[in-house]
Design a protein around this ligand. Sequence first.
Ligand code: LMR
Length: 392
Amino acid sequence: MLSNLSQQPEDKILALMAQYRADPRDTKVDLGVGVYKDASGHTPIMRAVKAAEKRLWEEEQTKSYVALAGDPGFSDAMVSLVLGDAVARDAVAAAATPGGTGAVRQAFELIRMANPKARIFVPNPTWPNHLSILKYLGMETVTYRYFDSATGAVDFAGMQEDLAGLTAGDVVLLHGCCHNPTGANLTLPEWQAVIAVLNDKGAMPMIDIAYQGFGDGLDADAAATRLVAKSCPETLIAASCSKNFGIYRERTGILMAVSQGQTAVAQDNLNFLNRQNFSFPPDHGARLVTMILNDDALRADWQAELEEVRNGMLGLRESLADELRKLSGSDRFGFVAQHRGMFSRLGATPEQVAHMREHHGIYMVGDSRINIAGLNVKSVPILAKAMIDAGV
Ligand code: LMR
């Protein structure tokens, strides 16, 4: 039986992690996987998370099952964090999932159940695992233009042209903020225009929001998602707590389905999908998030620390853009300071990326995506010099 299996294509981001670990150079710089790191290269446990864990350890009385959709308190807290008061709470069905990836997977499966013929429009580029999961599920994908590598900005004209090909029943995957892998994001007027096309064509938005709080702030980063949710008849939202709560390994995410009058049936199907795929979702991370969001002191401390993280990344963006301006004598890398979130796509060729890895020990994804949080004061000039040396 097992001999029928063949090797799967490697996940480029995870393969890069392994390659980095195997490099013996102590000057190496890891700008690969999207995990936040402080200036010393450590991924800390956030203060509020530690405090909530301590409290949970003291107070939790049972580890028995919770519910197929997870703790309703978690859903309430996350619907409020992501959607604010954009839509009525009873317009949203929600289920906890194992991480944001779990939410993405359940969303695609829900779409397939509702319309097996739905085409999923995905940005070019997008997070590679979106494509991989869609392929695995046998769902049809259509790419739409998103990024202009010459300017480092969104190719909005191209995106609009491609979305003009939508038909009723299609789904458009959108990154709510902090686009992964490019760092380039739509402006709110551009979101308005996308909403107009979606509604005109009868297509449904699916928003992946994995980095809320890493771009312009918790509310600013959710603004587009809120606008879509209140402007379109139906919206799917896959949200992750991995990054903004720093609880990567706890696998904490949520899938929300916003509709007009379909909440009960959507909830029933979300519960069903959880039951089929893994039964009850993980609870530990979700419980910590709920405790933090519902406790004024913990929430204030979490937000303060998240702001430190966000501002640290903005500072690193500014210094990298400055350094590149100095070394290149031009403004052509100014986009690094304009981008938001954890990532920027630098526009280097795969050969230039390989050159930087081999000669300077700098590890970035092959499409030249860097994790800004992998940088620090010392490595910013090293990266800038390596980029110029590689001819970027
Ligand atoms: C990334 O894009 O690096 C993160 O979302 C981690 C992952 O699972 O790929």
